[in-house]
Ligand binder design. Structure first.
Ligand SMILES: C[S@@+](CC[C@H](N)C(=O)[O-])C[C@H]1O[C@@H](n2cnc3c(N)ncnc32)[C@H](O)[C@@H]1O
Length: 227
């Protein structure tokens, strides 16, 4: 029993450090790490992450407007959702969507403890963010797209849920060996993603290049629909 407890404690405290070296983790090991919600949250909230994730610069680059309605898909611990919420004001809203009940619980506690009034959490199935049609100004998707299995269906749904001239923001790890992020085989190249988006009827509006390990792309729905 004692050995078991020590091993569990070791896993909890070393998992974030392990995950920082993800090129050495296989997809299966990474999947197992994701099942340990406590460690996953510590990892997502690790202040060291800020050094490469540059959350303040990301938020500033979005040039958010008061009143915007943003859907953060795969919101996780709320790392970006709560930052986005500060910039859309009381009339705006952030929908923090995730498939993990533990992440939703974590965000719900933070919402209560911090008295946040403009974030709605949504526990969603993997293939549908459960948002109303024509209701979202921007989808924000950071480090999550590669987790979504039925991406074609997801894109179709997002297109319907977006308001006219709404945007899809995609931030994800470049497909090369990096000191952080998922194993190579789990990543999608910027070119493949852009092609996938184009086929689904989105065009690349803007690319920000200040993140060292991730691409940061802004798409909008093409007039005239998909290819
Ligand atoms: C790597 S974390 C990123 C969290 C957050 N976007 C961030 O940047 O801190 C990926 C998150 O996506 C969630 N996720 C995985 N598949 C999903 C899906 N199909 N729909 C919504 N969320 C999903 C996971 O539960 C996890 O919380």
């Amino acid at each position: 029993m004692k050995i078991l407890l020590v091993s569990a404690a070791l896993l909890f405290f070393t998992a974030p450090a392990l995950a920082q070296q993800t090129p050495k983790l296989s997809a299966e090991e990474m999947h197992r790490f994701h099942q340990n919600s406590k460690a996953y949250i510590v990892f997502l909230e690790d202040p060291k992450r800020d050094e490469y994730q540059k959350p303040h610069e990301v938020i500033m680059a979005l040039d958010l407007k008061e009143g915007e309605r943003i859907a953060d898909i795969g919101a996780g611990s709320g790392y970006f959702a709560f930052r986005l919420a500060r910039h859309v004001g009381e009339t705006g809203r952030v929908f923090a969507v995730d498939i993990s009940p533990d992440m939703i619980l974590h965000m719900n506690r933070a919402i209560r403890d911090m008295g946040i009034r403009n974030v709605t959490t949504i526990l969603a199935p993997p293939d549908d963010p459960l948002l109303a049609d024509n209701s979202i100004d921007r989808f924000f998707i950071c480090d999550t797209w590669h987790h979504i299995e039925n991406q074609t269906k997801y894109l179709e749904l997002m297109k319907k849920m977006l308001k006219p001239s709404g945007q899809v923001i995609m931030i994800d790890f470049q497909k090369r060996e990096l000191p952080v992020g998922p194993p190579l085989e789990m990543k999608i190249t910027k070119e493949d993603l852009t092609g996938q988006m184009r086929a689904a009827g989105f065009e690349l509006l803007k690319e920000h290049t200040f993140l060292p390990y991730q691409y940061f792309l802004v798409f909008t729905a093409k007039v005239g629909g998909s290819e």
